[in-house]
Design a protein around this ligand. Structure first.
Ligand code: TYD
Ligand code: MG
Length: 471
């Protein structure tokens, strides 16, 4: 079994090659190639085979490992041994919903976000909730000392007897910590600080990231613990490291927010066990993150009514509709080409909407600067907000307010037609809950109105018609 292989690798990016190269084809660096130490091809398998990790409670010692190396005969997919997976509940309704109803045992979840946004805080709170509830937790930090994490826990008012801490960044030693704690949940803060002892590259290099993630995924599936990996993001907002990390894990969560505001959004970018784009809203306060169970109320809080340029739209975030206020400001261009700037809505869709207003509704925006924003820091990418953006622009341009009790939804096509949107009924229900009674919706969606005889539901076919009915 013992196999020796001498090869070379780039000390910068981990690119591997059978021969020494002067310039790395991976990162373009010069003189970065080093000779890899003789790979211990059998060593990992050896250390694993002897590890009690294989002997999880209830298992016949060694069977899990043996099955991994020897292979299993195929089994009936929907056979008699069909088992219901018990998800770990986190005691945060918002968190559980984003995950698709709790944490699936054995799943690996990557959490990305800007430095200082609150990733460690979120997961420490989660760790305590799981530790005080369903199972043992191991928190591994390669970034902070026990004392620092203790101080954070103190600030958050956390007490938990089932929460273990390790500041090790070495995967072999983490593996022994796993063996002694036998956790249901593991938190790795962050994956960029972890290093695999078999690899000579620096922590955070692509090779290390890939290997450490692969190893943790393997261990998680093997012994059925769930694992959160904290990942740093680059300046551009992408998760640092290769995209391949996102393919290796089951779920990718992105933690977003504005450092000037205390609002935080947790979004499921990928989820093998639930809906994507599902969001949870939190506020960061003195005592950590608090969940916002009624985001519509938060986003509409303090809304100025009867101001031209303000329109309430319903945006579907994952499976949940959220009401937000769209604001538009239109003013004559003083100098040069007209400006178009957007916050929280898609720039290109706003430009398109302005062009449609110009051509199909006779609103002359060609010599006007346009600013459109979503209040509260939410980013809505759904085309269903088009009609709201159009009405906000027209309302500000004509200086006529849109009725403050109206919610607008509809996608706009290039011919000025208002196209149908999905989940109209859910959106209407959420708006009714928030006290709205008047709706401007696509004509094609009008069949739902019969179910709401006491509401004023207006179906429109075109943008022009929507303007006529609301301004
Ligand atoms: P942290 O979780 O360390 O962020 P990350 O792990 O994403 O880098 O949180 C950092 C910020 O959160 C820090 O600026 C302080 C703030 N914070 C609070 O406002 N309240 C709190 O209770 C805690 C623990 C942190
Ligand atoms: Mg941190």
């Amino acid at each position: 079994m013992e196999r020796e292989r001498v090869s070379f690798f780039c000390s910068e990016c981990g690119y591997e090659s059978g021969k020494w190269l002067g310039r790395c084809p991976g990162c373009g660096g010069w003189n970065t190639f080093r000779e890899a130490p003789v790979k211990r091809a059998g060593s990992r398998a050896r250390s694993r085979a002897g590890s009690p990790l294989g002997a999880a409670p209830g298992a016949v010692p060694g069977t899990r490992i043996a099955s991994l190396t020897a292979g299993h005969p195929p089994e009936l997919l929907l056979g008699a041994a069909l088992t219901q997976v018990e998800r770990l509940l986190t005691h945060s309704g918002e968190m559980d919903r984003v995950l698709g109803g709790g944490i699936v045992p054995g799943s690996v979840i990557l959490l990305g976000g800007d430095p200082g946004i609150g990733k460690s805080t979120l997961l420490l709170q989660l760790a305590a909730a799981v530790g005080n509830g369903p199972g043992m937790v191991l928190y591994v930090s390669g970034e902070e000392s026990r004392q620092q994490v203790q101080m954070r826990a103190g600030r958050l008012g956390i007490s938990c007897d089932h929460l273990y801490f390790s500041s090790d960044a070495d995967l072999d030693r983490i593996q022994s910590a796993l063996e002694s704690v036998a956790p249901a949940l593991v938190i790795i803060d962050s994956i960029q600080t972890m290093s695999h002892p078999d690899l000579p590259m620096l922590p955070g290099s692509i090779g290390q990231l890939r290997e450490c993630t692969a190893e943790l995924v393997r261990l998680a599936k093997l012994t059925n613990f769930s694992c959160f990996l904290i990942g740093h993001v680059t300046k551009e907002g992408a998760l640092a490291g290769p995209r391949v990390l996102e393919h290796m894990v089951d779920t990718v969560l992105s933690f977003e927010g504005d450092s000037h505001q205390n609002l935080r959004l947790l979004r499921a970018v990928k989820n093998r066990f639930g809906a994507t784009n599902e969001i949870a809203v939190f506020t960061m306060g003195e005592r950590g993150l608090e969940e916002v169970t009624n985001p519509s109320a938060l986003f509409l809080d303090g809304r100025a009514v009867d101001i031209p340029g303000s329109v309430v739209v319903s945006a579907l975030e994952g499976t949940r509709p959220v009401l937000v206020e769209v604001q538009a400001l239109v003013c004559p261009t003083v100098f040069g080409a007209p400006r178009r700037a957007t916050t929280g809505v898609d720039y290109n869709r706003v430009v398109l909407t302005a062009a449609v207003l110009e051509k199909r509704a006779g609103i002359n925006l060609a010599n006007q600067d346009i600013y459109v924003s979503v209040v509260g820091g939410l980013r809505v990418v759904e085309p269903a907000v088009d009609l709201g953006v159009a009405l906000a622009l027209a309302s500000n341009f004509r200086n006529i307010p849109v009725d403050a009790g109206t919610v607008v939804m509809g996608e706009i096509g290039l011919t000025g037609e208002v196209r149908a949107v999905g989940q109209v009924e859910q959106r209407i229900r959420e708006a009714v809950r928030m006290g709205f009674r008047r709706f401007i919706i696509p004509e094609r969606n009008l069949d739902v109105s019969s179910r709401y005889p006491d509401l004023e539901v207006i179906g429109v076919k075109t943008v022009r018609e929507a303007l006529d009915r609301s301004l």
